[in-house]
Design a protein. Structure first.
Length: 161
Protein backbone atom coordinates (compact mmCIF):
# COMPACT_ATOMS: atom_id res chain seq x y z
CA UNK A 1 0.00 0.00 0.00
CA UNK A 2 1.28 3.26 -0.98
CA UNK A 3 0.98 6.37 1.09
CA UNK A 4 0.56 9.15 -1.37
CA UNK A 5 -1.18 12.48 -1.07
CA UNK A 6 -4.59 11.09 -1.79
CA UNK A 7 -4.28 8.74 1.14
CA UNK A 8 -3.35 11.56 3.50
CA UNK A 9 -6.22 13.75 2.23
CA UNK A 10 -8.64 10.87 2.76
CA UNK A 11 -7.17 10.15 6.22
CA UNK A 12 -7.40 13.85 7.16
CA UNK A 13 -10.95 14.01 5.97
CA UNK A 14 -11.98 10.93 7.95
CA UNK A 15 -10.28 12.27 11.08
CA UNK A 16 -11.98 15.62 10.60
CA UNK A 17 -15.42 14.00 10.24
CA UNK A 18 -14.79 11.86 13.34
CA UNK A 19 -13.62 14.88 15.33
CA UNK A 20 -16.69 16.89 14.25
CA UNK A 21 -18.96 13.98 15.17
CA UNK A 22 -17.17 13.46 18.51
CA UNK A 23 -17.43 17.14 19.48
CA UNK A 24 -21.14 17.25 18.46
CA UNK A 25 -20.70 20.07 15.97
CA UNK A 26 -23.39 18.59 13.77
CA UNK A 27 -25.93 18.86 16.65
CA UNK A 28 -24.84 22.40 17.36
CA UNK A 29 -25.21 23.28 13.66
CA UNK A 30 -28.62 21.57 13.56
CA UNK A 31 -29.70 23.38 16.76
CA UNK A 32 -28.54 26.71 15.37
CA UNK A 33 -30.32 26.08 12.09
CA UNK A 34 -33.48 25.03 13.95
CA UNK A 35 -33.31 28.19 16.09
CA UNK A 36 -32.83 30.30 13.00
CA UNK A 37 -35.78 28.55 11.29
CA UNK A 38 -37.93 29.16 14.39
CA UNK A 39 -36.89 32.82 14.46
CA UNK A 40 -37.71 33.19 10.75
CA UNK A 41 -41.09 31.48 11.33
CA UNK A 42 -41.78 33.87 14.21
CA UNK A 43 -40.82 36.85 12.04
CA UNK A 44 -43.04 35.56 9.23
CA UNK A 45 -45.95 35.09 11.68
CA UNK A 46 -45.38 38.60 13.03
CA UNK A 47 -45.22 39.98 9.49
CA UNK A 48 -48.47 38.16 8.65
CA UNK A 49 -50.09 39.57 11.80
CA UNK A 50 -48.90 43.08 10.84
CA UNK A 51 -50.21 42.57 7.30
CA UNK A 52 -53.62 41.47 8.63
CA UNK A 53 -53.65 44.40 11.04
CA UNK A 54 -52.76 46.81 8.22
CA UNK A 55 -55.51 45.31 6.06
CA UNK A 56 -58.03 45.83 8.88
CA UNK A 57 -56.88 49.43 9.35
CA UNK A 58 -57.07 50.01 5.59
CA UNK A 59 -60.59 48.58 5.48
CA UNK A 60 -61.55 50.75 8.45
CA UNK A 61 -60.19 53.87 6.76
CA UNK A 62 -61.89 53.00 3.48
CA UNK A 63 -65.18 52.56 5.36
CA UNK A 64 -64.67 55.90 7.11
CA UNK A 65 -63.83 57.49 3.75
CA UNK A 66 -67.01 56.08 2.21
CA UNK A 67 -69.04 57.35 5.16
CA UNK A 68 -67.42 60.79 4.91
CA UNK A 69 -68.13 60.91 1.17
CA UNK A 70 -71.75 59.90 1.80
CA UNK A 71 -72.08 62.58 4.49
CA UNK A 72 -70.54 65.16 2.16
CA UNK A 73 -72.93 64.17 -0.62
CA UNK A 74 -75.85 64.41 1.81
CA UNK A 75 -74.68 67.85 2.95
CA UNK A 76 -74.35 69.02 -0.65
CA UNK A 77 -77.82 67.70 -1.47
CA UNK A 78 -79.26 69.37 1.62
CA UNK A 79 -77.49 72.62 0.71
CA UNK A 80 -79.02 72.46 -2.78
CA UNK A 81 -82.47 71.89 -1.29
CA UNK A 82 -82.02 74.79 1.15
CA UNK A 83 -80.69 77.03 -1.63
CA UNK A 84 -83.71 76.23 -3.80
CA UNK A 85 -86.02 76.88 -0.86
CA UNK A 86 -84.34 80.20 -0.13
CA UNK A 87 -84.49 81.16 -3.82
CA UNK A 88 -88.21 80.28 -3.99
CA UNK A 89 -88.90 82.23 -0.81
CA UNK A 90 -86.95 85.25 -2.10
CA UNK A 91 -88.81 85.09 -5.42
CA UNK A 92 -92.14 84.86 -3.58
CA UNK A 93 -91.23 87.81 -1.33
CA UNK A 94 -90.11 89.83 -4.33
CA UNK A 95 -93.35 89.02 -6.16
CA UNK A 96 -95.39 90.01 -3.11
CA UNK A 97 -93.38 93.23 -2.75
CA UNK A 98 -93.94 94.13 -6.42
CA UNK A 99 -97.67 93.35 -6.12
CA UNK A 100 -97.91 95.46 -2.96
CA UNK A 101 -96.09 98.37 -4.60
CA UNK A 102 -98.25 98.06 -7.71
CA UNK A 103 -101.41 98.05 -5.61
CA UNK A 104 -100.21 101.08 -3.63
CA UNK A 105 -99.42 102.93 -6.87
CA UNK A 106 -102.83 102.04 -8.32
CA UNK A 107 -104.51 103.22 -5.11
CA UNK A 108 -102.58 106.51 -5.21
CA UNK A 109 -103.52 106.97 -8.88
CA UNK A 110 -107.17 106.21 -8.12
CA UNK A 111 -107.15 108.65 -5.17
CA UNK A 112 -105.51 111.34 -7.32
CA UNK A 113 -108.09 110.74 -10.08
CA UNK A 114 -110.94 110.96 -7.58
CA UNK A 115 -109.50 114.15 -6.08
CA UNK A 116 -109.00 115.67 -9.53
CA UNK A 117 -112.57 114.70 -10.49
CA UNK A 118 -113.91 116.32 -7.32
CA UNK A 119 -111.86 119.46 -7.98
CA UNK A 120 -113.07 119.60 -11.59
CA UNK A 121 -116.69 119.11 -10.46
CA UNK A 122 -116.25 121.76 -7.78
CA UNK A 123 -114.75 124.21 -10.27
CA UNK A 124 -117.51 123.41 -12.82
CA UNK A 125 -120.17 123.83 -10.15
CA UNK A 126 -118.69 127.14 -9.02
CA UNK A 127 -118.53 128.33 -12.64
CA UNK A 128 -122.11 127.17 -13.25
CA UNK A 129 -123.27 128.89 -10.07
CA UNK A 130 -121.53 132.09 -11.03
CA UNK A 131 -122.93 131.95 -14.56
CA UNK A 132 -126.43 131.13 -13.33
CA UNK A 133 -126.22 133.86 -10.75
CA UNK A 134 -125.20 136.47 -13.27
CA UNK A 135 -127.84 135.30 -15.78
CA UNK A 136 -130.60 135.11 -13.21
CA UNK A 137 -129.57 138.35 -11.58
CA UNK A 138 -129.82 140.15 -14.88
CA UNK A 139 -133.06 138.49 -15.99
CA UNK A 140 -134.98 137.92 -12.82
CA UNK A 141 -135.45 140.98 -10.72
CA UNK A 142 -137.43 141.58 -7.63
CA UNK A 143 -138.46 139.23 -4.81
CA UNK A 144 -139.21 136.25 -7.03
CA UNK A 145 -135.82 136.58 -8.72
CA UNK A 146 -133.93 136.66 -5.40
CA UNK A 147 -135.82 133.61 -4.17
CA UNK A 148 -135.18 131.77 -7.43
CA UNK A 149 -131.45 132.63 -7.29
CA UNK A 150 -131.12 131.48 -3.69
CA UNK A 151 -132.92 128.21 -4.43
CA UNK A 152 -130.78 127.52 -7.51
CA UNK A 153 -127.57 128.28 -5.63
CA UNK A 154 -128.47 125.93 -2.80
CA UNK A 155 -129.47 123.19 -5.26
CA UNK A 156 -126.19 123.50 -7.12
CA UNK A 157 -124.19 123.44 -3.90
CA UNK A 158 -126.06 120.31 -2.81
CA UNK A 159 -125.31 118.62 -6.15
CA UNK A 160 -121.62 119.63 -6.02
CA UNK A 161 -121.03 118.08 -2.62
Amino acid sequence: MEFNEEFFVALGFILFVLLVAYLGVHTKIATTLDQRAARIKAELAEAERFRAEAAEILASFEKKKAQAEAEAAALVAQAHVEAESIAKEAHQRLTEFVERRTKQAEEKIAAAEALALLQVRGAAADAAVAAAESVLTNEAKGGFGGELVNKGISDLKRLAS
